[in-house]
Design a protein around this ligand. Sequence first.
Ligand SMILES: Cc1ncc(COP(=O)(O)O)c(C=O)c1O
Length: 380
Amino acid sequence: MSFLPYSCQSVDEEDIQTVINTLRSPYLTQGPKVKEFEEALCEFTGAKYAVAVSNGTAALHLAMLACKTNNTHNVITTPNTFVATSNSALYCGSKVLFADIDNKTGNIDPNNIVKLISKDTRVIIPVHFAGQSCNMKKIHRIAEEFDTKIIEDGSHALGGSYNGKPIGNCEFSDMCTFSFHPVKPIATGEGGAITTNDKELYDKLVMLRSHGITKEESKLKDNEGPWYYEMQLLGYNYRLTDIQAALGISQLKKLKTFTQKRQHIAGIYNKEFNNIDGVNILDTKTDESSYHLYVTSIDYQMIGKTRQEVMQELKEKGIGSQVHYIPVYKQPYYKQLGYKQKHFPNCEEYYSKALSIPIFPKMSETDIKTVVSAIKCLKD
Ligand SMILES: Cc1ncc(COP(=O)(O)O)c(C=O)c1O
């Protein structure tokens, strides 16, 4: 490839053809393809139910609403995430409590959850950062004691596994959310989903996705005739279209291959970067992570260059890089809510060194070599 971005979608002719076929069908908005996509997501993750929605942010928002999260609650999550994760708590009027991370993995540290959790904690949102699962068994044990719900933010992690089982199967959580933004493991343009094993949560999510309206006879409080529907909850229009779902179905069929390719690339990086001065790698499991991202940890002082200089040097060699993430508490909106960076020493240390380098299924062996050699030359 001429320029290697840090990540990028893989859309082929087969994907394009299924979208064209759907455009020729009677359904453009939510229809049979959405249902088929949800069934495929259940099959893939092993969860009983899946609800496809318009994006990963909507998935988080609906999951929080389904837990009845409100302004009397607090929500614990990680600061090393995209703002959408913690915003979903703010949408519900809840207070966000950030738990510092384990800077070896970039994931939330369960020991820091213990320090924050109380009877007012409605939800914990662990984010499987870069595709590597959080310690879900431990988080589940902590949550159980306080009757706290768990919503996994699996936006990075579709295709990954934990304990030998697919992420999204909700063995240790109430729900798991996904994003199908183009840089994510599969792409639908914009798109997202929630998986769960709880029928009550599922029914609620389905209603909340479409204005809080139901037409299901068994759920109606009244029935005035065949035109009749009821709005029973304050919901949203967070529907996915059949056009997007058709792409999702086609992409999901290739997800195993996509993940294997990402794990192959990560395996090479892990080996090549194992022993170079000034460059460290995250502690990840090559056979578990979906490797949405590959994050290096660079000691800029040791290599004698700033992060800006490194990014520029890589760019000149045709290599894109990015920083995941600016800790959420550093954002101006969150700053005025009173968060102080001194409370998150691990996240500060992690953020000062993090740099994501290219990893995506379309990379060729030559592309991988180009990146490896550029990273190995950083100190020269
Ligand atoms: C961890 C995480 N959560 C949530 C989201 C939001 O997903 P979307 O962009 O589909 O709304 C993202 C997207 O970047 C993300 O990385």
